[in-house]
Each structure stands twice: as structure tokens, then as C-alpha cells.
Design a protein around this ligand. Structure first.
Ligand SMILES: C[S@@+](CC[C@H](N)C(=O)[O-])C[C@H]1O[C@@H](n2cnc3c(N)ncnc32)[C@H](O)[C@@H]1O
Length: 619
């Protein structure tokens, strides 16, 4: 019916929390315990470290003259609640690019160093990547990309060689992205000079050194040790070269970095590394944001990449504050607040946080279906004495113990499966396969944590195992197994979409990408199409309970089409209208055109397909 080439699977998993610093503790940081840098041990734990004396007060550097690339329609203002932030001076529609700039510095994650360019962050071009012949660690598209990155790389090349030479094993021969990014920051700051705009913008970023949580202090000490080791400093005096007078100063820089860094993502939201933009970092947080930060790879010139853009996902009036989310907003309030306090040192008081438990509406992040199946939901019980009721028919939940147990087992399993996802994907997949029915059976909704997290992880693991789909020359059995795998991935993706659409605002890029993944899965050639449809797992949006899901044959392709149409609409918002929805949005447009040809709807156009779509049914 349709060729494999036209509808091959090209899906990357997405993990994005759009503004979480990629600060995994360095795998080799514990070497400081070997006593290699014993001079620093006392220094980093000295009283100076815990000093509350403010050295570089925020605002010491007048914003006048700095950040002059922020458009005139925006303004930096200050509030008692959250310090500086960015406010609008005009109204903006959804999908408008509010701010666009290249990060001041960035570093690829170790996983992507040999598959992505360290300058433009693009994937390997058809001509292949070229490696730096000196450190043999970073790779570039070509000489142009290498030249553009040279102002940074020349400062780190020797440090990378030194680290590799001293590494006890190949697995730890490259410091992680946070250490390399911090190294770039310190070297460039020194090179640019304290009076330069570059250094002043970096120094103007907020630090929480004087009021850190104890867990954060420990983490920062670890990072400080690694940086010292990476830069090859043998005594505290060497730090003076980097304009750092004391341990407190070093922690100040680290705090600025951790409070203000961003995860740099691919156009499909796969985290690729870490980056710093002092201008975008001025934007404050809300768990229900009106804007998002994305990297759509839509600039006309590679030299502009990785271009970072702030896009409005809600209409924004004049004199409104632009707010993005620093965390994964699919998480329940308790986890969001804990993360914000530990990493960003504040307690969020956004409407979503303030209204939890107060409003009549059940938060879909912590919801279960009505025990009488009236279609309503009730909040999840937290303790075994909690009496919770359906918000519609007021039926009391009696399976309290079972629900609490399932949620606890699910959280432990999610943590374990997440830790295993790269080391042992098969085991991780098995865990998610076992746990999801345990959470579905007492009635957790698809948007409820940790079911949503498990579904997203399962979907990604299933997709990763799909490229081995057998060709049509394979045996009937192999094709049947491949069909089952594909159908499992579709059901998992469908559950994720259903969960994400309940908790994220329409147009949120994570929703758009999830819909695009579901649409692409539905559009993949079926290895062994079903002749007869059996009742099965119902698609929550498009099918009645009794209808089989996923469908087979032309109805499946039609569903792929409507799903991709929805994806395109949402991607146009989340990745910006002027970017044509980013790389994924453009890909979805092309897929839609190809399917339109197959469905023979050229003449009738889009409208016919939408009219055919069954209406969603209440559970
Ligand atoms: C990336 S900075 C944002 C810009 C910062 N307000 C400034 O003046 O530089 C993050 C810090 O801003 C503050 N912040 C951001 N959002 C906040 C909020 N919703 N409530 C309270 N403080 C907030 C916290 O101190 C947080 O660590």
C-alpha cells in the first residue's frame, strides 16, 4: 500500500523537562578522595565556603548596556517575590517567538560527543564529523564549525588531554558536560576580562551561595573539586588566575551556573547537553508557564545554532511577566516543590501550587477514576486514613490501601527503571511492562504520577527496540511479533498522549512531540496487518471502549493522519509559528502530505478527515 521509505520510523525519545540543568554528578569526582588535591580539601570546606558575606551583590552590574539584544517589546523588571524577571510591553499571541539568542556557552553530553557537532549541536552530517586531532574528544561538522568553537575549545583542549591521561579507566576519561561547561565558563571569563559585557552578564546571574540547602552544598563541593582537577590547579592560589579569590567565590560561580543553566535539547526534545544564557535565565518560574524555551533548529545559518528561543504558549497581555517552567510540570506538587527548593532555592507560589487541594477540580497528576465508573475522578489517597470521594458522584474510594501500595511500588519501580534505561534497557522495559498494569488496576488515570512517567519510559524503550522490525521477506511469525511490538508501542504512546494532554497546556512542545511520535507510530507500515479486529485496549480519544486499539489498515492510517494534524497544530505553537513548528513540525507537515496522497483526500482536503473522527467518549 505504501512504501517503507515513505513511512520509515524516525523517532527519537523525548525526556524533556525543559529547564532542568543537566548536572549529573561527575563519574570521576570521587578521585578527590585519593588525596590528589588535598590542598583544596581544607580550602573548600573552610569557613569561607559558608560565609554569608555578599561579594558580588546581584544588581551590582547595572543592566544598562547589558542584555541590549533583548527586544524592545520586553523589559527587565524586579519584583519582591522573585527578583528580576522579564515582562512584556506589548501583547503576544500563542506561537510567537518572544526572545531568540545563541547561548553564551554550551557543552554536549558525553553520550553525544561523537555523534553531534560540538559547535552547532547538529547531528552527524552526511559527510561525517571531524575530530579535534589534539584532544580527540570533541567533533565538528567541518572546519567552519571548528573555527567557530575555537575561542572556547582552545581554552579547554589541554585540560581534556590532561584529564584523559590521568583517568583511571576509559569510561571516565572525559569529564561530564557540567564540568566541561563550567570549565568553559571560567576560562572564557578570564580571557574576556572582568570589564567585558560577556563576563558582566555571567557575573550578573543570580547566586544562592549564602542560602543554599545542605544537599546542594554537598553537590557544589563535589563540583568544585572536579573543576579544580579539570583545570589542573594545584593550589588555591592558582584560582586567582581565574579571578576567584576564595572558596566562597568559586562556590558563587558554581551556584550561578546551577541556578541559571539550561538543558540544551534537540528539536525533538532529547536532552543533548547543557548551556548558559544570562538573558533567558532572567525569566522566572511558574508550574503553569505562559512560555517555553526550545531549540527548534530553524535559523537559516548553521553559525546561529544552537539557537535558543522563548515561545509564548498562552496569549500574553502587555505588562505581564513571562514565566517558563524550570522543572517537569507533570510531577505532583510535592516533588515539584522539593526540586525547586533544592536546585533553585525557592518555594513556588504559582496558582497551580497554591490551588492544590483547595479547588473542587481534582489535580490530574494525582487522580484516580471514580470507583463507580461514573466518569469522574477522585484525588489519590495519601495515607490509609484518608477518605477520598469522586468529585462527580461523591462515591467513596474503598481501595485506599491498594492505591497507596500501587503508587509506592510504582515510584520505586520508576526510579529503578529510569536508572537502568541505558545500562540494561531490556530489564528497564520489563520493569515498566510489569508495573503499568499494577497501577492501572486500582484505577490511576494516565496523567497520574508515576503512571505517566512509566508510560513515557516504556514508550521510549519500545520505540528503541522497533528499528529491528523485520522486512516483508521475514517469516509470518517474525512479522506477527513485530506487529505486536509496534501495537504495544502505539498503546503506550497513546496512554502517554492521554496523560500529557491532561496536565500540560495546549501547545506545550512536549505535547506536540508526543502527538507526533504517536502519529508516526500509527503511520508505520504494519508488518502483519490484522484481518479481523478484536475488541481491545481502547484509544482514549478516538475510539469507543469496545473498539480495538490500535486499528489496522486504512482506519489506522486515517488515525495517523488526524493525530499528526493535531501534532502539527500544537508544534506550530510550542516551537513557534515563524519556525514552522521547528524541525519536527516540518517533518510532520511532510508526513501529512504523504498520507494525504495515500488516503486520496487531496480534493476533499483536511476537513473531511476531521469530520470522520469519532467524538471522544467519557470513561
Ligand atoms: C534563573 S533565576 C531567574 C532570575 C532571577 N529572578 C534573577 O533575579 O536573576 C532563578 C531564581 O529566580 C528566583 N525565582 C524564579 N522564579 C521564582 C518564583 N516563581 N518564585 C520565587 N523566586 C523565583 C529564585 O531565586 C531562583 O533561584
Amino acid at each position: 500500500m505504501h512504501s517503507k521509505a515513505e513511512r520509515s520510523l524516525n523517532i527519537l525519545p523525548f525526556w524533556a523537562s525543559l529547564r532542568v540543568p543537566a548536572l549529573l554528578p561527575g563519574t570521576w569526582q570521587d578521585n578527590s578522595r585519593l588525596g590528589l588535591y588535598s590542598d583544596f580539601d581544607g580550602f573548600l570546606h573552610s569557613t569561607a565556603y559558608f560565609s554569608t558575606r555578599e561579594r558580588n551583590k546581584i544588581g551590582v552590574h547595572d543592566e544598562n548596556g547589558l542584555f541590549n539584544y533583548i527586544p524592545k517589546s520586553l523589559e527587565i523588571r524586579s519584583s519582591d517575590k522573585a527578583g528580576r524577571g522579564i515582562w512584556t510591553k506589548a501583547t503576544f499571541n500563542i506561537g510567537t517567538t518572544l526572545l531568540s539568542c545563541k547561548p553564551k556557552l554550551a557543552a554536549l553530553s558525553n553520550t553525544y560527543l561523537d555523534s553531534h557537532c560540538s559547535a552547532c549541536f547538529g547531528p552527524t552530517p552526511s559527510t561525517g564529523l571531524q575530530r579535534c586531532t589534539q584532544c580527540r574528544t570533541v567533533w565538528y561538522c567541518d572546519a567552519d564549525c571548528q573555527t567557530r568553537d575555537w575561542s572556547f575549545h582552545k581554552l579547554e583542549c589541554n585540560a581534556l588531554k590532561r584529564w584523559a591521561a590521568a583517568a583511571p579507566s576509559a569510561e571516565v576519561s572525559i569529564p561530564n558536560d557540567a564540568i566541561r561547561c563550567l570549565g568553559r565558563l571560567l576560562c572564557k571569563r578570564k580571557k574576556a576580562g572582568a570589564g567585558s559585557d560577556w563576563a558582566m552578564e555571567i557575573n550578573a546571574m543570580q547566586s544562592h551561595r549564602s542560602s543554599m540547602q545542605p544537599s546542594t552544598t554537598e553537590f557544589h563541593t563535589h563540583l568544585a573539586h572536579s573543576i579544580v582537577q579539570y583545570l589542573g590547579l594545584s593550589s588555591p592560589n592558582d584560582l586567582a588566575e581565574f579571578d576567584i579569590a576564595s572558596a566562597a567565590d568559586l562556590v558563587d560561580v558554581i551556584s550561578r551556573f546551577t541556578t541559571n543553566s539550561f538543558t540544551l535539547t534537540s528539536p525533538s526534545l532529547t536532552p543533548l547537553g547543557v548551556c548558559v544564557s544570562p538573558a533567558v535565565a532572567l525569566i522566572n518560574h511558574s508550574c503553569d508557564p505562559n512560555a517555553v524555551v526550545v531549540f527548534p533548529r530553524s535559523s537559516r545559518s548553521v553559525a546561529q545554532e544552537p539557537l535558543m528561543q522563548v515561545i509564548a504558549i498562552k496569549p500574553i497581555a502587555a505588562d505581564e511577566e513571562i514565566l517558563t517552567s524550570y522543572i517537569d510540570t507533570t510531577l505532583p506538587k510535592s516533588q515539584r516543590q522539593q526540586f525547586l527548593l533544592e536546585t533553585y532555592n525557592f518555594t513556588c507560589k504559582c496558582d497551580l501550587c497554591e490551588n492544590e487541594g483547595r479547588s473542587a477540580n481534582v489535580d490530574p497528576r494525582i487522580a484516580m477514576w471514580c470507583p463507580k465508573a461514573c466518569g469522574g475522578t477522585s484525588p489519590l489517597p495519601v495515607t490509609d486514613t484518608d477518605i477520598v470521594r469522586c468529585s462527580e458522584c461523591k462515591a467513596v474510594v474503598t481501595s485506599t490501601d491498594a492505591v497507596i501500595d500501587a503508587a509506592r511500588v510504582g515510584q520505586e519501580g520508576l526510579d529503578k527503571a529510569t536508572a537502568l534505561q541505558f545500562r540494561d534497557p531490556e530489564k528497564s522495559k520489563q520493569l515498566t511492562n510489569n508495573l503499568i498494569p499494577i497501577l492501572l488496576s486500582p484505577g490511576l488515570t494516565p496523567s497520574t504520577h508515576p503512571l505517566l512517567g512509566l508510560s513515557r519510559l516504556q514508550q521510549s524503550l519500545l520505540i528503541s527496540s522497533l528499528p529491528s522490525l523485520p522486512s516483508l521477506t521475514s517469516s509470518q511469525e517474525e512479522r506477527k511479533a513485530a506487529q505486536d511490538l509496534l501495537d504495544d508501542a502505539i498503546r503506550s504512546a497513546s496512554r502517554s498522549v492521554s496523560g500529557l494532554t491532561s496536565v500540560l497546556h495546549e501547545g506545550h512542545p512536549v505535547r506536540g512531540i508526543a502527538l507526533a511520535e504517536l502519529g508516526k507510530l500509527l503511520a508505520v507500515d504494519e508488518p502483519s496487518p490484522k484481518e479481523l479486529q478484536q475488541p481491545g485496549d481502547a484509544h482514549p480519544h478516538f475510539f469507543t471502549k469496545a473498539a480495538p486499539f490500535p486499528p489496522s489498515g486504512p482506519p489506522r492510517l486515517k488515525l495517523a493522519y488526524t493525530t499528526l494534524l493535531r501534532a502539527r497544530e500544537e508544534l506550530l505553537v510550542g516551537f513557534g509559528k515563524s519556525n514552522d513548528g521547528g524541525e519536527v513540525g516540518k517533518g510532520v507537515r511532510e508526513a501529512l502530505v504523504a498520507i494525504e496522497k495515500e488516503l486520496g483526500v487531496w480534493k476533499q482536503g483536511v476537513q473531511n478527515v476531521i469530520q470522520d473522527q469519532p467524538k471522544p467518549e467519557k470513561r
